[in-house]
Design a protein around this ligand. Structure first.
Ligand code: AMP
Length: 374
């Protein structure tokens, strides 16, 4: 193997922190470029650069660049690509930071999505709600995450209020999907085009924020996993993608899948892989971008990831649960902030659910865990 690389990471939050933790055994070093002024990685060499003055010294330090945050100026990533390899590419960022581009790509690759319209005024929003039939979900085309910049309209007459509340020049309006559950598929593609797929996860969101992910799902039909594998492979190949990609989907009553959105990076719904899979999403991302062989993506055991949000609660008591693994991000408590997650493992889903409920009871802000197969 060649000399271990110094990896440059754009963004310096908990995803970057966990990338570094996975890279140290491979002797990687990490240099983070934070453009927000609020880095939380707490690890590696963190450069704060809110006015793009330190790009040259960042580039001097690193051999290869990746990112943990896709809401970056595409021009910045393109400028970096002139000097260092960037994986995934700026093209993946360009598509994934814009819901209209993402939908157009899904359409082009025949990946089913909820019916949608693009609108640029309150009047167009109202007309779209009428055409699609309420309820509809309106989302800002850019800059939305964790359910921010969104509104559900129960009636077309709510368009003016929703338009004002979202306050964005361009929205995507989607038919409201009466899904059975929300799921995600995570896959990794190497520089040589090899692809590996993780078992899909069932995800419980509350107020647009992920709270629980469980994988593998006990009742998932093989053909559904294969369908999801096919969708994400089409995306990976089309973008000539290198690294980990996440696709969030809705599963409907007939078993069918509708793509919601994708993220060009390691993802919260893949944190279960840190303890529950043979190779974690973080390690596999690092292997992929460095041109190393991909690791096995199989699950070791039924696993549930529990997000710790807002307040940390009785973490020592959580560690007393059997096969519980705590990952803290070393951040201060604040309402709605992701502070840590717990991975719980058990030999059966029945035993796992008991542990999940016990864990949730120890977290002050945790909603009731509820899975579609319970
Ligand atoms: P998003 O930011 O697109 O992932 O949306 C945040 C959450 O809103 C999702 O996880 C869903 O729970 C919900 N949601 C988004 N789009 C729809 C839709 N078209 N139909 C029903 N629920 C949706």
């Amino acid at each position: 193997m060649e000399k271990a690389m110094n990896i440059g990471v754009l963004g310096a939050g908990q995803l970057g922190r966990m990338l570094a933790l996975a890279g140290y055994p491979l002797a990687n070093r990490f240099t983070f470029l934070d453009t927000t002024g609020h880095p939380s990685a707490g690890i590696g060499d963190v450069m704060i650069d809110t006015d793009q003055k330190h790009l040259a010294s960042f580039l001097e330090k690193v051999d290869l660049v990746t990112y943990e945050f896709e809401h970056l100026p595409v021009a910045l990533v393109q400028a970096i690509e002139e000097h260092r390899p960037v994986h995934p590419s700026s093209e993946a960022i360009r598509v994934c930071q814009n819901r209209a581009e993402e939908k157009a790509l899904f359409d082009r690759l025949a990946i089913p999505t909820p019916a949608y319209r693009l609108v640029e005024s309150a009047e167009e929003l109202e007309a779209a709600a009428r055409e699609l039939g309420t309820p509809v979900v309106a989302k800002s085309v850019t800059e939305g995450y964790d359910g921010k910049g969104q509104a559900v309209l129960k009636d077309p007459g709510e368009a003016a209020d929703a338009w004002r509340a979202i306050n964005h020049p361009r929205l995507i309006v989607e038919a409201f999907v009466n899904f059975v559950r929300e799921v995600s598929i995570i896959a990794v593609r190497g520089r040589d085009g090899e692809v590996a797929f993780y078992p899909m996860a069932e995800n419980q969101h509350v107020d647009g924020i992920l709270r629980y992910s469980i994988a593998p799902m006990p009742d998932l039909n093989d053909s559904v996993q294969q369908t999801a594998d096919g969708y994400i492979r089409a995306l990976l190949d089309e973008l000539d993608y290198v690294g980990v990609l996440t696709l969030e989907l809705f599963q409907c009553a007939d078993g069918g899948l509708l793509a919601n959105e994708m993220a060009p990076r390691v993802h919260n719904s893949g944190h279960w892989t840190m303890d529950g899979a043979v190779t974690s999403q973080f390690e596999n991302h690092l292997r992929a971008i460095q041109g190393l062989p991909l690791g096995d993506t199989a699950a070791r055991m039924p696993t549930c990831m529990v997000n710790v949000i807002g307040r940390e609660g009785e973490l020592a008591a959580i560690l007393a649960l059997p096969d519980a693994h705590l990952h803290r991000y070393d951040k201060s408590e604040r309402a709605g902030r992701k502070l840590a997650h717990v991975n719980l493992l058990a030999p059966t889903h029945e035993a796992l659910l008991k542990r999940v409920h016990a864990c949730a009871a120890l977290l002050p802000e945790a909603p009731e865990p509820r899975f579609s197969f319970e």
